[in-house]
Design a protein around this ligand. Structure first.
Ligand code: PAF
Length: 284
């Protein structure tokens, strides 16, 4: 695997594939790689001539400086993992290389996708994500880019940004990769205490129950049921739960015909904020 730290070097290396019109797959990450990332890379490898992974802990998408400082950084281990699955290229730039002296985000309008859920609770987060993903797409110029559905709102926003900026990249969403006990894989999971790690699978367990309840109960009934279930969990604090329209990401209060819904939640397990979501079957 070749490792690049500058835009110039990775661009030069990819020129050969661009000239031959060979497809380039891209998996952007912030490192602390886990099986979920590896599943995205494997999917990218199956569909492209070469795969580029980026590792860059993007400062502009953190609304909290302590969260940025504590974000797990495991570059050596990540490199070994990437080599073990024959990743072709790693792009690991410094903050200076990407932002020079100006560590600020561009301001985007994602047609309202950015205001609810993560957008409501993490000010400026999606401007930061839009800024870095746009910059990385312009450097790598991939044909296909792969994102996990755990960050479903991010996935929809990246699709919107790509369309608005007319970037010739196909953005692909990949299914959530879970631990055996159902906890969605996340780089943040390694920061959970033993007790919080044990409590955390309750998130997915609740989402599975919501999936069943969605066929029987109203959205308002489900919302209050979820709230009550979390009140019984001393180690978990529900930040938000909502059932939203998959396209607009607007929270729904009643089920409409021919509309797809997903249930979303963010939960604090001690200091660690975990998010998860699940697709719902609309029987209307
Ligand atoms: O999902 C992530 O890891 C990040 O938000 C991303 C897409 C790599 C942008 O920094």
């Amino acid at each position: 695997m070749k490792i690049f730290n500058t835009k110039k070097d990775i661009t030069n290396c990819l020129l050969e594939y661009k000239t031959k019109k060979q497809p380039i797959g891209f998996v952007p990450t912030m490192g602390a790689l886990h099986q979920g990332h590896l599943s995205l890379i494997k999917e990218a490898k199956a569909e492209n001539e070469v795969v580029v992974v980026s590792i860059f802990v993007n400062p502009t998408q953190f609304d909290n400086s302590s969260d940025l400082e504590k974000y797990p950084k495991t570059l050596e281990k990540d490199i070994e993992l990437l080599k073990s699955i024959n990743c072709d290229f790693l792009f690991a730039p410094t903050v200076d290389e990407i932002y020079a002296e100006n560590i600020i985000s561009e301001s985007f309008n994602f047609d309202g996708l950015e205001h609810q859920m993560e957008g409501e609770f993490r000010t400026g987060h999606f401007n930061g994500v839009g800024t870095i993903v746009k910059a990385l797409f312009q450097i790598i110029m991939p044909n296909n880019a792969y994102f996990g559905e755990k960050d479903f709102q991010q996935l929809q926003i990246v699709k919107k940004m790509t369309e608005q900026q007319k970037l010739p990249v196909v953005v692909k969403g990949c299914e959530i990769y879970r631990e055996k006990d159902g906890l969605a894989m996340s780089s943040r999971n390694v920061r959970l205490t033993k007790e919080h790690r044990k409590a955390a699978p309750f998130i997915y367990k609740t989402l599975l129950q919501v999936q069943t309840l969605f066929t029987q109960k109203s959205i308002l009934e489900i919302n209050s049921w979820v709230k009550k279930e979390f009140e019984k969990q001393p180690l978990l604090k529900l930040e938000y739960f909502c059932i939203a329209n998959t396209q607009t990401l607007q929270a729904a209060t009643n089920k409409k015909q021919d509309t797809e819904y997903r249930a979303f939640m963010a939960v604090f397990a001690g200091e660690i904020r975990l998010i998860d979501n699940i697709k719902l079957e609309n029987c209307n």
